[in-house]
Design a binder for this molecule. Structure first.
Ligand code: BTN
Length: 326
């Protein structure tokens, strides 16, 4: 009922009387009052005026299971939702749920992670209430080689989610960091379990810095948040909803060919490194070249100084701008 009351208050422009809420939900005034109080405790600015009823004073960045369930309008992403106020890592939680049989599309989100994981064994700073820390569990009947491309698909979905929900236009630093004005605002960590040359499940973890106002010393030069860019607080739940919607769309396109053929052009148009000089940190020897875009397998094509084009495979090497992170 809490979610329905919230929905009603969001839809109505003014006051909704307590009597009306009692009638709609067939409950007592005390039950309505309790539900409204819970919503207030979650952070919703609800005004209660004697003889007029209740009204929502504005939007707030509230992230709860009922808020997420109310905003998600997807077909399969997040139909099963696991929300934690605090957890070690949503990727670890998603893997636990996967081992316990959770279905394709399960979405795990948390307000805070105590052991957020980054790529290459690094940790991921995930303070309470400041970001989107979420993981999507997929059970596609694909070969393991598809997993790294699903990460690219998730990166595209996060770009669209942010664009649609708050109007910013992040770009992608291949393979899957999202950047705004040269600083990282989102990272993606994909983990998988395989069996008999097939994916058993894959967990795509996304960390989006939304309302952070500062970062640990070592990240200050390279990290930013959406709030820092917009200069105001940003609501997280619409970004989650839009990202989930975009992921469904892009996953559908990806699934037809099981490669990036249908998404390549769109991905390349988001690539921050496109046509720029990059430094490829290949363990067999670093080299420089111009990033051309991706191929159908999601590898980055880099034209070397002698004109030869190399395929850079994600996970094996990293790419840096020649003057810094981007
Ligand atoms: C990176 O190093 O760029 C990847 C960071 C991925 C962070 C996200 S936050 C949600 C999910 N849970 C984790 O522990 N990590 C990912």
């Amino acid at each position: 009922m809490k979610a329905e009351i919230l929905k009603l208050l969001k839809e109505s422009r003014g006051f909704v009387s307590g009597q009306e809420l009692c009638r709609q939900f067939g409950v007592s005034r005390t039950a309505v009052w309790k539900a409204v109080n819970q919503l207030k405790q979650e952070g919703w600015p609800i005004e209660a005026v004697h003889s007029q009823g209740y009204r929502l004073l504005g939007e707030a960045d509230v992230m709860t299971a009922s808020e997420l369930a109310a905003v998600l309008d997807t077909e399969w992403v997040g139909k099963r939702l696991a929300y934690f106020e605090e957890t070690d890592s949503t990727n670890v939680q998603a893997r636990r749920l996967a081992e316990a049989g959770a279905p394709h599309g399960t979405l795990v989100a948390a307000d805070c992670q105590t052991a957020g994981k980054g790529r290459r064994g690094r940790s991921w700073s995930s303070p309470k209430g400041e970001g989107i820390w979420m993981s999507l569990l997929l059970r596609p009947a694909f070969a393991p080689a598809c997993a790294s491309m699903l990460t690219l698909v998730a990166g595209m979905a996060a770009v669209r989610g942010i664009e649609r929900a708050c109007g910013l236009h992040p770009l992608i630093k291949w393979p899957n960091d999202l950047v705004l004005n040269g600083k990282k605002i989102c990272g993606i960590l994909t983990e998988m379990s395989t069996e008999d040359e097939m994916i058993r499940y894959v967990v795509i973890g996304m960390g989006i810095n939304v309302n952070n106002t500062e970062f640990p010393e070592e990240l200050k030069g390279t990290a930013a948040s959406l709030r820092m860019e917009l200069g105001r607080e940003v609501r997280r739940s619409p970004i989650i909803a839009e990202t989930a919607r975009a992921f469904e769309e892009y996953f559908g396109i990806f699934s037809r060919t099981r490669d990036m053929a249908g998404l390549r052009e769109a991905y390349d148009s988001l690539l921050v490194n496109r046509d720029r000089q990059v430094c490829v940190l290949d363990p067999r020897g670093e080299y420089r070249g111009r990033a051309l875009g991706i191929d159908d397998q999601g590898s980055l094509l880099v034209e070397r100084e002698d004109g030869q084009v190399s395929r850079v495979i994600s996970g094996e090497v990293s790419v840096r701008g020649i003057y810094g992170y981007v």
